[in-house]
Ligand binder design. Structure first.
Ligand SMILES: NC(=O)c1ccc[n+]([C@@H]2O[C@H](COP(=O)([O-])OP(=O)(O)OC[C@H]3O[C@@H](n4cnc5c(N)ncnc54)[C@H](O)[C@@H]3O)[C@@H](O)[C@H]2O)c1
Length: 297
């Protein structure tokens, strides 16, 4: 099956980037938000990001100013916008990137299942919920995948393409090809908690917190060990502060509810305590480190 027209629901941090990379990949894109105010913000964000990329390509000598202007106009021209999901009825693929709340997502997909043409493929960008539950709610489980992009979507090359036991092979192949056309490297994964990246990354963050809580090493030494010993761009405790302690906790709570016996998902006491006291990481100025904007203070 051929994908030409793509709907993206939610134009926040992830959705605006997905709109952009899909338009850059040559797809007609319909950006959808919950209301006009959020839609205007999302579209403005997409426009700024396209302009930024166009300017960069001029600065790097990849395009002339005229070519960059024409390119930006062409990419922008492929994107239309709406606050009504009925406008997504004839899309070949609809990608959901709304708030990380399973009930809200299930309600959205149940509605989409009624308004979209029967062939439309549905995808969720969820980081932590089972794809199968949303697939069931949509009423078309064979035409449902996970398409898990990474932040910032415009720069990160990976997309995880997630299939359930019921996902049709052609649907999966089309979703994978879509990811490639957006300039991404797709990897295939079954519908398991955290897919590939977060299943490895979140327990690694948990282990580093447990190590700190036990007093095995200081936070600075744990981070330096992984940065200089493994070549990672930052250590696990800095990473946890970047991701957000609240986000990390909510992912772990979802997993421990479903898999209470999985030791790798055990929630460290200090993580709960910090979240309860509003220390959510870089965004609140304190998590495992104290932060002054983007810098540890
Ligand atoms: N932030 C990340 O690093 C990251 C990475 C990968 C995946 N994700 C996943 O992507 C999804 C979106 O995350 P985000 O960080 O972009 O969130 P965000 O809060 O930046 O954006 C969500 C957007 O969805 C809109 N929205 C909410 N409910 C809606 C509805 N019913 N209909 C239409 N629009 C609606 C909101 O107005 C908002 O603009 C989540 O499922 C999250 O788990 C996030």
């Amino acid at each position: 099956m051929e994908i030409k027209k793509v709907g993206v629901i939610g134009c926040g941090l992830m959705g605006h980037g997905i709109c952009q990379v899909a338009a850059q990949g040559g797809f007609d894109v319909v950006a959808c938000e919950s209301d006009q105010g959020a839609l205007d913000k999302g579209v403005a964000r997409i426009e700024r990001s396209i302009e930024k990329l166009a300017s960069k390509s001029v600065a790097k000598g990849k395009r002339s100013e005229d070519d960059a202007r024409a390119w930006a106009k062409e990419v922008r021209g492929r994107i239309t916008s709406t606050s009504d999901t009925a406008a997504l009825a004839d899309c070949d693929l609809v990608i959901e990137a709304i708030v990380e709340n399973l009930d809200v997502k299930k309600t959205l997909f149940a509605g989409l299942g009624k308004v979209c043409k029967p062939e439309t493929v549905f995808a969720s960008n969820t980081s932590s919920f089972p794809i199968g539950e949303m697939a069931a709610a949509s009423g078309r489980p064979a035409r449902f995948v996970g398409l898990h992009f990474f932040n910032p979507v415009q720069l990160m090359r990976l997309v995880e393409v997630v299939r359930t036991d019921e996902t049709d092979e052609d649907v999966f192949a089309s979703a994978r090809a879509f990811g490639e056309s957006c300039g991404k490297v797709p990897v295939a994964c079954k519908d398991t908690p955290g897919f590939v990246v977060n299943r490895l990354l979140v327990p690694y963050m948990v282990q580093s917190i447990q190590m700190l809580d036990r007093g095995d090493a200081t936070k600075e030494d744990i981070d330096a060990a992984m940065q200089y010993g493994c070549g990672y761009p930052m250590g696990p405790l800095t990473l946890t502060d970047y991701v957000g302690l609240d986000t990390t906790l909510s992912i772990l709570e979802g997993w421990t509810n479903r898999y209470p016996d999985e030791a790798a998902f055990a929630i460290p006491a200090s993580l709960r305590e910090k979240v309860a006291s509003g220390k959510l990481g870089r965004k609140t100025g304190e998590g495992y480190y104290k932060w002054d904007g983007d810098k540890k203070s």
